[in-house]
Design a protein around this ligand. Structure first.
Ligand code: PDD
Length: 286
């Protein structure tokens, strides 16, 4: 069965899915996106992802490409047509197609692309058993990383550097030495006394949907969260460290810049958060 993508009102085979060369997403990264996990046939936390999409669009004055109520139906349909039971659904909205000019074009319709892809939950579970390694890199992104923009070149370079160092994620570090977030995830530590610490999302990071839901998961497990900055040194000396994102949920971090976190094995609190996540997250039938 061929993969199917939704492109500006049409369902097309993935191999033939294309946007115009003058799409502003292609020209200027003038667009935003969302990634929702699909787990056991449900789209995870879809309302929260769509609310954040709305915020990103509003911040950039990009028009909704379809009426708001229609988008959940389109996401479901793309998931269904691709028979994705476990995987992800990706939605991208750009300012549309116009001859190249920096200022916003007048009367241009936004472009909408939706794709879905299968993922192997067993592979993710296996990865959680061993944990991942992260490296740290200096923050070099713009200061509106709260907007989920497709302008991800610093993230691409950081994650490539991580890969070349044998790691799976890169943490952006602020000039004051505090950890901001990963190239495609939020960063967390667990202190010696079992308190979860993550940077406040008001400024300087993306307010991850998984991060938001994790607050509810922690409450359910009776765990305390402190929203504050933490340094690389504090993270290296922490009881546990982990990342969160729609594609990783809570994923243990076992090494930072080559130094083992605790005993170099995934921490039990991280694994309990991972385990409890789907009991708490909102699941919309796909
Ligand atoms: N990335 N921070 C950054 C920079 C991200 O790109 C992401 C998600 C997150 C976590 O957000 P959420 O919990 O809503 O997934 C934090 C997605 C998965 C991606 O770009 O593929």
């Amino acid at each position: 069965m061929p993969r199917i993508a939704y492109v500006n009102g049409r369902y097309v085979t993935h191999a033939d899915a294309a946007v115009h060369i003058e799409d502003r997403g292609y020209q200027f990264a003038d667009g935003v996106y969302e990634v929702c996990e699909v787990a056991q046939g449900f789209i995870v936390d879809m309302p929260r992802h769509l609310a954040r999409l709305n915020r990103s669009l509003t911040e950039l004055s990009i028009e909704w490409p379809v009426t708001k109520g229609v988008l959940p139906l389109l996401l479901r349909e793309v998931v269904r047509r691709n028979q994705v039971v476990n995987g992800l659904v990706y939605v991208q909205v750009t300012r549309g197609v116009a001859s190249r000019d920096f200022v916003f074009p007048a009367d241009t319709l936004s472009s909408l692309v939706i794709t879905a892809r299968k993922a192997d939950p067993a592979a993710a579970a296996k990865r959680a058993e061993t944990g991942i390694k992260v490296i740290t890199v200096p923050e070099n992104r713009w200061d509106r990383v709260d907007i989920k923009s497709t302008g991800l070149l610093p993230n691409v370079l950081a994650k490539q550097k991580a890969k070349e160092a044998g790691a799976q994620e890169a943490w952006f570090v602020d000039t004051d030495g505090s950890v901001k977030e990963g190239g495609s995830s939020n960063a967390w530590i667990v202190t010696r006394d079992g308190v979860l610490v993550t940077r406040p999302a008001e400024h300087g990071i993306l307010r991850g949907i998984t991060r938001t839901t994790m607050f509810e998961v922690a409450a359910k497990l009776g765990l305390k969260i402190e929203e504050r900055g933490f340094s690389v040194a504090e993270a290296k000396a922490a009881r546990e460290a982990f990342i969160s994102s729609a594609t990783t949920i809570a994923m243990p971090v076992v090494a930072i810049d080559g130094a083992a976190v605790a005993n170099g094995h995934p921490g039990s609190i991280t694994l309990s958060l991972r385990q409890a996540f789907f009991d708490v997250a909102e699941k919309s039938p796909a």
